[in-house]
Design a protein around this ligand. Structure first.
Ligand code: F6P
Length: 504
């Protein structure tokens, strides 16, 4: 295989196709093809994507697919899903898909099933009141302490599924700034509180520090309370959790080969199960499994993660975009941009390829975003008139559970109006159009419309699996390892060296 994807003839063909768009407009692409929206819409696992507002035509789309085949995407897809050691620097699989579709190896399947049975059983016992605080009071608050992948995924899904369906409210703490823990403990009483410490390594400074403070908060009530009974650990290193005093019966585990940012499907999803229950957690995994099956078997040309991943490559490498925006039009998905920031920037922010050679092409862009419609009154000035642009994902929900029909339609119309303004600019404003230079909005800015019929556990699972696989597709095209994060390690080590020199 060539040392750099840019040396492939398919790469050069795409450069040609890019040039062919120089004299065209997105509006023109629609005018030439009245069936464009239908042609460029795809569905799988209850997720619908409309990519018609992109700079693509049959030629470019075909060339992107040819590039994917030249990069052996189909073989690499199998390697990921079969649990091969695709994490080349850490010599292990990135087998989060095995947490949602039982793998063929019965011993691995059994062990994963057992891990899941234990943490889901614990969540149900808490919800039903069978497990109580050490003084016999029911647990009504779970304070979940973790950071990065041990926080963002569980936090996003817990919020996305709406109000808790059980008696336990779930709060999240990641920052070492004590304000967040202080706020999470506000109104809670030690006797009715469970501290859930989630850390794959159980060495992460922020998590251990917050756990230390939470434990002293519990201990302040020590005359009545057995603090150990109120602490749960979730980790791939149970020995370390036990060493710092988490009771072995209160430790839930997952395998080392589950990456932190891919871990919400494991015992790290305990907060989701506490808030929404065993069945919701299984539906979440079922939605993800359905998307995985689609990713595994659908031809590249109709494969949602493949199409979205290739569009990502198209804009970074051929249109020189440096960022990508995500706008969920649902308050319950407000954490999606932060979650995707970690998923994509930690996975794709890489400067060497899998063979250790410096890459000669750009890799992962900055990922950013904001919940709609809030975003419309903050960042959309940049989206429409900035000198450089970000392709965007608009994530829309057809039927919001807690919304009336009028609000549903307002949310949907708001997302579509912004996508239209990005694509066509002010040219379609008609009589209201101003010719003043400062008012001109050029359009030609691409976006995807990603629609969910409703925001339920199944669809959230499918959505997140789609983004995970999309990320992997890009890593395969760029020939980088999506599953390590050595840059983060440098910062962690420097912090430790500083603390060793100047202890706090
Ligand atoms: O700091 C980066 C990172 O390693 C993430 O990849 C991970 O999700 C996070 O730290 C938390 O790590 P842990 O779960 O081991 O506490």
């Amino acid at each position: 295989m060539e040392s750099s994807p840019s040396e492939l003839p398919q790469w050069q063909a795409l450069e040609e196709w890019r040039r062919s768009f120089a004299s065209r407009t997105l509006a023109n692409l629609f005018k030439l093809d009245p069936g464009r929206q239908q042609r460029w819409s795809f569905s799988a696992a209850s997720i619908h994507i409309d990519i018609s507002r992109n700079w693509i035509d049959e030629n470019t789309f075909g060339a992107l697919m040819t590039l994917a085949r030249a990069r052996d995407l189909e073989k690499m897809r199998e390697a990921l899903l079969r649990g091969e050691a695709v994490n080349t620097t850490e010599h292990r699989p990135a087998w989060h898909t095995a947490l949602r579709t039982p793998p063929a190896d019965p011993s691995v399947a059994r062990s994963l099933e057992e891990d899941q049975r234990l943490f889901l059983g614990f969540a149900e016992a808490l919800r039903s009141g069978r497990i109580q605080g050490s003084t016999g009071k029911p647990i009504n608050t779970a304070v979940c302490i973790g950071i990065g992948g041990s926080d963002l995924g569980p936090r996003l899904v817990t919020e996305a599924l709406g109000a808790p369906t059980g008696p336990v409210r779930v709060r999240f703490v990641s920052n070492i700034d004590p304000v967040e823990l202080h706020n999470a403990l506000e109104g809670a009483t030690p006797e009715s509180t469970l501290i859930v410490a989630i850390s794959k390594t159980f060495t992460t400074l922020e998590t251990l520090e917050n756990l230390r403070v939470a434990r002293s908060w519990l201990n302040a009530d020590s005359q009545r309370l057995d603090a150990a009974h109120h602490i749960v650990g979730v980790t791939a290193h149970p020995d370390r959790a036990a060493k710092i005093g988490v009771h072995p019966k209160r430790i839930f585990v997952f395998p080392e080969w589950v990456g932190g940012r891919y871990s919400l499907w494991s015992a790290c999803g305990l907060p989701i199960a506490i808030a929404h229950g065993h069945d919701a957690f299984l539906q979440l995994c079922a939605g993800a499994a359905e998307m995985d099956a689609h990713f595994a078997t659908a031809p590249l040309e109709t494969n949602l993660p493949v199409i979205l991943g290739l569009l990502g490559v198209w804009y970074v490498n051929f249109w020189n975009t440096r960022s990508r925006a995500v706008f969920p039009y649902s308050q319950r998905l407000r954490a999606l941009p932060s979650y995707l920031q970690q998923l994509e920037m930690e996975s794709l922010g890489k400067r060497v390829d899998v063979d250790g050679h410096p890459v000669t092409i750009d890799t992962g862009p900055v990922v950013w975003g904001e919940v709609g419609t809030t975003a419309q009154h903050s960042v959309f000035q940049f989206m429409h008139q900035g000198t450089h642009w970000s392709p965007a994902d608009f994530v829309v929900v057809a039927q919001h559970a807690q919304s009336d029909e009028r609000r549903n339609r307002l949310l949907h119309a708001s997302a579509m109006a912004q996508a239209d303004a990005m694509a066509w600019g002010d040219s379609v404003l008609g009589a209201e159009r101003s010719t003043a230079a400062y008012a001109i909005t050029p359009g030609g800015r691409p976006s995807n419309i990603i629609s969910l019929a409703q925001l339920d556990a199944h669809n959230v699972g499918a959505l997140l699996a789609m983004y995970e696989q999309r990320t992997y597709v890009q890593s395969v095209i760029w020939n980088v390892n999506a599953f390590d994060q050595w840059g983060v390690e440098v910062g962690k080590k420097l912090l430790q060296q500083r603390l060793d020199r100047e202890p706090v």
